[in-house]
Design a protein around this ligand. Structure first.
Ligand code: ATP
Length: 590
């Protein structure tokens, strides 16, 4: 398929934010796409090459891309011109198209480029490892750009830089697939199920294109493809929980560790994080020890991996697990920072899905299939019937070092990929009026002074705006940092510095440096106030005012298991704002 068809569609999609229009463009594109490459098209639409859990990263550095454009333009002065264009509009893809437009008048294009060729080249670049990769990447990119029209070049660069932001939600892709291949948008539900159990939208697209709705209906869990996790709503009190859950439900400790989805068959074990990243390399101890506890041919389990004090068996805070996030010398971290694996669910067993089973039956099955030992445990659970019983169990859980309770309805299935009211979380109140912490995206930094010289002394943070797919500023945070965390944050953030502010960042406040919005950290605050400067939920509560956090403080938790899109949303901030006891009407503008 000619790449120009895809580039034209990208161009049209870039010009609108309206969901119905986007859906229509997608339907037209899918109808033109040969079935063998529809999965590739779906990945490219999302700015990816493969599903996230395969961990294939495209991102090429801006410098390298500028070099490749100059190489393709054929002159060294081109670098200056590109930088000028880039500064003007902040879009390197656009800058490339302008430079190459000038060149196009003087040279012949060599050959048409196809989607397959672009995809394969991007894939090769993503996979390049070892010596001199920068140079080899540049040669590959310049090769493509040589044959590309300006519009094609624009999108090739956006794909390479990870800046293709068409604002197409997964649901919109599924709407379009349902319309294009079954003639009815309502069939999206069936597609959603397939996506939730495979986390692979490309595969879902390929299945409906080649096998129709019938194929999608038969779609099953595949071992070693992660299942999208079920998430919980928050409640503030035991009363609210009883109101929502009824007379009798399960209460489990909410342990403060890392969620791990464990896939096991024979001796093979693969671990996925909450955001579906393959995290097997951080936990060689789980890989080694867990098969011994399993009495089934194959299973998918969910657990919280928690750091423990080996002498006392006590649970330690999540932060201890950070020591595991390293590429080298992991063995040392394994012995120094021991863990236990605390199972709370079973999603698949002996070739069959368990998602449709009630909570009760899943828990029973879990206890049958897994034998507890020193390392592998079931998460403590109790069936509770009234406020006192919840309170007692809550106390126990806090005393054991956990965050609070997860409350789960007994007669409900596992709802992969959705946050609903079958599971609720009741957390220990932080000592602040908001009553909960927020997970915010680090978008900018300010250089530290005095003891903080050489690190970012203050960070600019943002919430996620789901409608616009942007990150809106909500506060600056400069408290709560230890010397160690400042150092650690600098190491993580320094490589994320960008020359220009990422177009998805919405902030009037200027930072010393801008970061790609990727890192999520946990923050508590005393309250949420209206703000003329910050952009979170702008115009929602009051015209020309956004929401900001008052007295924000870093809790010390870097939420490595969350991606930026998992951060607290504007919707959540609005709910919290409205729920505050004393709403500060204007008087606390910050
Ligand atoms: P949070 O920010 O509170 O950790 P979250 O957005 O990651 O929440 P939620 O579904 O809201 O996800 O809260 C559940 C999280 O709590 C899970 O992702 C998991 O890591 C952790 N957890 C700890 N104990 C349990 C348990 N018993 N059952 C389910 N999840 C648990």
């Amino acid at each position: 398929m000619e790449f120009s068809i895809l580039a034209d569609s990208f161009n049209k999609m870039e010009s609108t934010r309206k969901r119905l229009e986007l859906t229509q463009f997608l339907v037209e594109l899918f109808e033109k796409t040969p079935h063998e490459i529809i999965s590739k098209i779906v990945y490219l639409l999302q700015g990816k090459l493969r599903p996230d859990f395969e961990g294939i990263e495209l991102g090429v550095a801006e410098r390298l891309a500028i070099g490749a454009i100059a190489k393709s333009a054929g002159t060294d002065e081109a670098i200056k011109k590109i930088e000028e264009e880039y500064k003007k509009n902040g879009d390197l893809g656009h800058a490339a198209s302008i430079i190459l437009e000038q060149k196009e008048q003087t040279t012949f294009m060599v050959q048409d480029i196809t989607v397959e060729r672009v995809y394969d080249t991007l894939y090769t670049i993503a996979k390049l490892e070892g010596m001199k990769t920068q140079n080899r990447k540049m040669v590959h990119i310049a090769g493509l750009l040589n044959d590309a029209t300006p519009v094609e070049a624009k999108f090739i660069l956006k794909l390479l830089l990870g800046t293709l932001r068409l604002g197409i939600a997964e649901n919109t892709v599924m709407d379009a697939l349902a319309i294009a291949f079954s003639g009815n948008k309502d069939n999206r539900k069936v597609l959603e199920h397939a996506y939730s159990v495979s986390s692979d939208l490309g595969k879902v697209a390929e299945t409906i294109a080649t096998k129709g709705l019938e194929g999608i209906e038969k779609f099953e869990i595949m071992l070693f493809n992660p299942i999208r996790p079920m998430l919980a709503d928050r409640v503030k009190s035991e009363e609210e929980a009883i109101e929502k859950m009824g007379d009798e439900f399960a209460a489990e400790y909410k342990l403060d560790g890392e969620r791990v989805q464990v896939h096991i068959e024979g001796g093979k074990v693969v671990l996925f994080s909450r955001s579906l990243e393959n995290i097997s390399s951080y936990y060689p101890d789980i890989i080694e020890k867990i098969p011994k506890a399993i009495q089934a041919d194959n299973v998918i389990l969910e657990a919280e991996a928690v750091a423990i004090n080996e002498n006392t068996g006590e649970f330690l805070p999540f932060q201890e697990l950070m020591h595991r996030r390293r590429k080298y010398k992991i063995e040392k971290a394994v012995t120094r920072y021991p863990i236990t694996v605390n199972l709370f669910d079973i999603l698949y067993c002996n070739g069959k899905s368990c998602l449709e089973l009630d909570y009760k039956d899943r828990r029973e099955k879990l206890e049958k299939v897994v034998k507890e030992d020193e390392f592998v445990k079931y998460i403590p659970m109790s069936i509770v019937k009234n406020k006192n019983e919840i309170e007692d169990f809550f106390e126990n859980s806090i005393n054991a070092g956990s965050e609070g309770l997860m409350l789960k309805m007994l007669d409900k299935p596992y709802q992969a990929g959705s946050r609903g009211s079958y599971w609720l979380k009741l957390k220990r109140e932080y000592r602040n009026e908001l009553g909960d912490s927020l997970d915010l995206v680090v978008i900018g930094g300010f250089f530290g002074k005095g003891r903080r010289t050489g690190s970012y002394g203050t960070l600019l943070l943002a919430t996620y705006d789901e409608d616009e797919d942007t990150f809106t500023s909500i506060c600056k945070v400069g408290t709560g940092f230890s010397d160690e965390s400042l150092d650690q944050l600098y190491q993580i953030l320094h490589p994320k510095v960008t020359i220009k502010k990422n177009p998805r960042i919405v902030s009037e406040m200027e930072a010393d440096v801008w970061f790609d919005p990727e890192l999520v950290i946990e923050v508590v605050a005393s309250e949420i106030t209206l703000s003329p400067i910050h952009k979170a939920a702008k115009d929602v509560i009051r015209k020309d005012a956004g929401l900001a956090l008052r007295f924000p403080k870093f809790t010390g938790k870097i939420r490595v298991e969350k991606i930026a899109e998992d951060a607290s949303t504007n919707e959540e901030i609005i709910t919290l704002y409205k729920g505050q006891k004393k709403v500060a009407h204007g008087k606390n503008l910050i």
